[in-house]
Design a protein around this ligand. Structure first.
Ligand code: BGC
Length: 499
């Protein structure tokens, strides 16, 4: 039995584990994450170009829960010093933020680099490093320059070159100081969301555009990776990956295992197999299922655009670590005869013929699709570790939504405690998880959830011109964890054996 109090935040650590078992390895990196459109604001400051989110939400405010947009957001474009201070208060080793493509390259192309855009990120990177905090830089987090969208966006194969050119500028400016990179955040949000009426550009094209995007995003990532490998790796030894949004999935009954495996391939394999598997390319079973379906539907071309042998080689192995965004776990079952599959991609797949839902035994949150099942994170880490050849895994997002703007966020505190416990257990199982980034540093513009949906360790007063940030209980807990590098194990639970 261990009982120790962490003086600064007066949080009591109690449990039946030994002190050593509660500890994260000394090199483990704690971080928090954000994204440009969600925090920066200053949507038209200086020479910044227009992004697809600027355009979509200026034209269609009704798409967002509270009719708002990211025009001002947390005003991090001006409040970045406070953001760094918060990272310091939290005791972070790492801060994950993204670069806005249209802020740095207003036209989308490197014909012109914005001086103010360049300086903004220079200041942020230097400010973090001065405090000993590693920047983890996402090159692209959903905010494509609108001009490139007008030229076809992620459905145009040329986008892979456009992204490579942009990434090359980013590396040339910041690779001397940034050691952790993500090329692209959550291709699933870009393609399945962007072509599934869920996020910008808000197209309704789930059968063609979605899959063209799927392939182009992988090529874009690979081209950016190869440029870094060729020009900067030997000199700066940075690590690059792309982050996948990957809910964990479990079969409802043993008979649902096959559709669950396909669901995992649909969510994960479509964006990961080409990069992390030994053979590269699309996951074979899923490829067959989707392409047979396209034929049945009368399409002349396969759903998953084929890779040439050169493209397979280009993409394969373009990672130095695996970057996982994990939020929740869903149960999966095959539809019964005559039953309709889930309509939204969080609810099932008409292509596989499934319904996804939450186990009634799992606690719930303000979002009906978001159940609490911390063990799912450990199970998923095991799946990743045994499916791919991974040297290192970094959790690049993990967090929970709420609607309460207040500072007492017990569910979030417990979420962090319980999910971090699973990370620790996975490390003790021998999986090399080297970092964990909470989503998110502060309340921000939560896409279609506007400012109503909160994920922040810090609450932000959006009525105040300087967007005052105040730590929540969860922030105090998180700081206690980063200070002590220990977690408090879940009361009444013993260690779970992984099965
Ligand atoms: C995205 C974030 C988003 C978070 C919560 C992640 O999938 O990367 O931008 O705010 O989910 O919805």
């Amino acid at each position: 039995m261990l009982c120790a109090s962490v003086v600064v935040f007066s949080i009591v650590i109690c449990g039946s584990w030994s002190a050593e078992e509660l500890k994260f390895p000394p090199s483990f990196m704690f971080g928090a994450a954000s994204a440009a459109y969600q925090v920066e604001g200053a949507w038209n400051a200086s020479d910044k170009g227009v992004s697809i989110w600027d355009k979509l939400l200026h034209d269609h405010p009704e798409l967002v829960l509270d009719g708002t947009n990211g025009d001002v957001a947390c005003d991090s474009y001006h409040q970045w010093r406070r953001d760094i201070e918060m990272c310091e208060e939290l005791g972070l080793n790492m801060y994950r933020f993204s670069i806005s493509w249209p802020r740095l390259l207003p036209s989308g192309f490197p014909n012109y680099i914005s001086e103010d855009g360049k300086n903004y990120y220079n200041n942020l990177i230097d400010g973090l490093l001065e405090k000993g905090i590693q920047p983890l830089v996402t090159i692209y987090h959903f905010d494509l320059p609108q001009y490139l969208q007008d030229l076809g966006g992620w459905a145009n194969p040329l986008v892979a070159d456009w992204f490579q050119d942009y990434a090359e500028v980013v590396f040339s400016l910041y690779a001397d100081r940034v050691k952790y990179w993500l090329t692209i955040n959550e291709p699933m949000g870009i393609c399945d969301g962007g072509y599934g009426k869920y996020s910008a550009p808000y197209f309704d094209d789930p059968e063609v555009g979605r899959y063209l995007c799927n392939k182009n995003v992988l090529l874009a990532h690979a081209k950016a990776y190869r440029i870094y490998e060729k020009l900067y790796k030997d000199q700066y030894h940075g690590k690059i990956s792309l982050s996948t949004l990957f809910f964990w999935f479990k079969p409802f009954t043993p008979e649902d295992q096959e559709v669950t495996d396909l669901t995992i391939e649909h969510w994960e394999g479509r964006y990961a197999h080409a990069i992390y598997s030994k053979e590269g390319g699309w996951p074979p079973k899923l490829e067959k299922l989707l392409n047979d379906l396209a034929k049945k539907e009368g399409y002349k071309y396969p759903r998953l655009p084929p890779f040439t042998p050169e493209e397979v080689e280009l993409v394969k192995g373009t990672y130095d670590y695996y970057a996982l965004n994990h939020y929740t776990t869903r149960l999966v079952r095959r539809v019964k005869p005559g039953e309709l599959p889930g309509k939204w991609f969080f609810d099932g797949s008409y292509e596989i013929g499934t319904i996804m839902f939450k186990d009634p035994l799992w606690d719930t949150t303000v979002a009906d699709w978001f159940a609490l099942y911390p063990e799912g994170l450990r199970e998923q880490l095991h799946w990743l570790n045994s499916t791919y050849d991974l040297k290192e895994i970094v959790i690049t997002e993990n967090g929970v939504p709420s609607l309460d703007p207040g500072l007492v966020d017990t569910q979030r505190l417990e979420y962090y405690r319980d999910y971090l416990e699973q990370v620790l257990l996975a490390i003790q199982d021998g999986i090399n998880v080297t970092g964990y980034n909470a989503w998110t540093l502060m309340d921000n513009f939560e896409w279609m959830g506007g400012y109503i949906t909160k994920y922040g360790l810090y609450a932000v007063d959006f009525t105040c011109p300087n967007r005052t940030r105040t730590p929540r209980e969860s922030a105090r807990y998180f700081s206690a964890v980063t200070q002590s590098r220990m977690i408090r194990p879940t009361q009444g639970k013993t260690k779970l054996n992984y099965v």
